[in-house]
Design a binder for this molecule. Sequence first.
Ligand code: AMP
Length: 488
Amino acid sequence: MDKSSLISLEGKREYCGAFGVYSFSGKDVSYDAYRGIVALQHRGQDSAGIATYNGKKVELTRELGLVSDIFTNERMKVHAGATVAIGHTRYPTIGAGGKEDAQPFFLEGVKGGIALAHNGNIANYGKIRAELEKEGVKLCSTCDADLILSVFVREHKACKDYFEAAKRTMQVLDGSYSVVLLSGEGELVVFRDPHAIRPMCFGKDAEKIIFASESVALDINNVPLLGDVKPGEVYVVSKAGVENKVVLGKEEKHCMFEYVYFSRPDSVIEGKLVHYARVEMGKRLARAAPVKADIVVAVPDTARSAAMGYSKESKIPIEEGLIKNRYVGRTFIMPSQQKRENAVRLKLNAVKMELAGKRVVLIDDSIVRGTTSGPIVKLLRSAGAKEVHVRITCPPVIAPCFYGVDLPTYGELIAANRSVEEICKYIGADSLAYLSVDDLVASIGLGKENMCLGCITDTYPTAFGNEIAQKMKKEGRKDGVRIWEEKA
Ligand code: AMP
């Protein structure tokens, strides 16, 4: 593997929300797209964009910021009368991702131009970028959606068929990608990588069809969920109707972290309600790692469902011991202990009257670098908690992610370098336990063989993922590449 392949770890941190809508009746769907990406805002707060087709051409708006700040009524006027639309929200990052990296991207060349947005991460980005540059293609950003679009347009020019172009694109790309694409001829094309790593569902009624990273973007538009795009499946929606075909399907390898942390609890992914999966994680944690305690407290908000499960199973009452300030969005995790504690304090407050004198079971979804848990344990103790027993729904994160979850390198992952006892000591807890890989998989209910468990097993679903992992281990890369220094 040449050095350029490692570029893929430096700056392409795409854990995003993607949305597409097509009106069968010709009614305006610009606000469907707006509502859709509002519902997907939790998947990315860094930038947002909408591309629409109004019967004549593609209109594109993409900006840094939150959906509601970018898309004022004034800005939406340019999208009025759209019959087809795609939308995107991008995950916050540090060091990469100016406005030029905001999606959707637009490229002329075929079909009156094509706008494209995606959720995922191209693991062989560096290799493909180098190949494109050799062919004379100039990418205008460091975003992998730009790369997917260039490959797709190149392939479409050669074969002039959406299904074949998507298949050829899949043969070139290694990684995760759930893609929505809008043409200047008013077609909507959607496809998902051959392992269906990142989510993409769809729903339909008499008026329209919607595709989205999560079903909450269908709910908000009152469109019923019908299912998920299959591994390697392509949908083409046009005046001819809805056509779909699996062009390059492999084994399903859905990302477990969607269920653990990233997706909204009210989303249904691959037929599983995320909230139920988390409740089950909590129940199983309670069975596998019981502890004598007075109250169960969740680190808000992701861990609430799991805390409910732990409480139900253990019969220990759940209480609101920590309250999150919902207006604090991005907080930078600074390198000093004092600054990290300040960041936690900015976001979380401990409820002294609930906690004083109590033995607490603290439920959180994950420990990644181990920077957050310590300050939270300290916060509970300073509010008077007598004991703090930490229970984590994600098994120890021992390896990086190459498919779009912003998990750092081996050197920075605390569980890759320390035992559970050592981590317990490091975060200052009275006890610490993680859910096992088998219990996690059983909680989700899709079967071990159908999940991507790369970050907790160090075995990846794609060839390039395994190759990068080997190379990182051999070279002992501990240099902070792809660390996620900030949190939503
Ligand atoms: P750490 O302090 O590095 O151990 O991070 C663990 C905390 O960050 C947990 O409370 C998670 O809810 C949260 N978290 C986990 N994964 C991510 C991610 N990819 N981006 C932002 N926050 C995350």
